[in-house]
Design a protein. Structure first.
Length: 261
């Protein structure tokens, strides 16, 4: 008999309960990366705005709020990069390239994910600088964003610096003594980056669908015009079969099954 839940108990009153939360309703955990990333960003942004609205800004006691705020922004950045990597994996395979291994995707360092996103843009024939031009000074080129990602990794490579106050040895501080920075300036930069990246995974999926639809239509036309001199029946186009997220899950499942045998 299942153990009765106390902390995560079922809501009284069902859907009428204002505190009711239903998770994993889409049955698409890869696309959920994008939704979760946006919520991390929204929570961090709202808290920064609340601090900004205070008459005296961030005081000594409130400075501890920088830990969860930076952590939330970093989580949002990491997840949207991973969502883009997942969405672009199929495009890389179409170009004859092997996408980043799943084990590497699920690590926390930002730079490897950023470089994989760059590979994805290249697979789509995007100009090197265009995808990174956010229309503001300091965020106009690939080099600009690469520098920011590298800085983030130098300060918080494994997503631990702002999650804990001590390192894994249990004694060393997670960040240097007297570490000082402008929280509001940090948030403004991260909001611009995350807003620009938030639509990338969906854009990639749409471009892939356009590619496959065009290829299918060209195949249909060739068949109808008699280009095939044998009895050929083109397969029916099914967008579900071409979904990047599903493709990754299927290929990962196949590899796991093969390794188990």
């Amino acid at each position: 008999m299942p153990r009765k839940r106390v902390l995560f108990k079922l809501p009284d009153g069902g859907w009428r309960n204002p505190g009711r939360v239903l998770l994993n309703w889409s049955d698409d955990p890869i696309r959920d990366f994008e939704r979760i990333a946006e919520k991390y960003r929204e929570l961090a942004h709202d808290r920064v705005e609340a601090l900004r609205a205070r008459r005296y800004g961030v005081g000594t006691g409130e400075a501890f709020e920088a830990y969860p705020i930076v952590f939330l922004y970093r989580q949002a950045f990491e997840l949207i990069l991973k969502a883009t990597v997942f969405a672009g994996a199929v495009a890389l395979r179409e170009e004859g390239e092997e996408p980043m291994p799943l084990k590497s995707v699920m690590r926390h360092e930002l730079m490897p994910l950023f470089k994989e996103v760059c590979r994805v843009w290249k697979a789509f024939g995007a100009d090197r600088d265009d995808p990174w031009d956010y229309g503001v000074e300091g965020l106009r080129t690939y080099r600009d964003l690469e520098s920011i990602v590298r800085e983030f990794d130098e300060i918080d490579a494994g997503s631990y610096t702002f999650r804990y106050s001590i390192q894994k040895d249990g004694t060393t501080a997670s960040i240097e003594s007297g570490f000082e920075f402008d929280l509001f300036a940090f948030a403004e930069i991260m909001d611009k980056i995350l807003s620009a990246l938030s639509g990338a995974p969906e854009w990639i999926r749409e471009r892939l669908q356009d590619r496959w639809q065009a290829a299918y239509e060209a195949q249909q036309e060739a068949w109808a015009s008699g280009a095939y001199d044998y009895d050929y029946d083109p397969p029916e186009y099914d967008s579900v079969d071409y979904d990047p997220g599903i493709t990754i899950l299927r290929s990962t499942s196949r590899r796991s099954t093969t390794a188990t045998k």
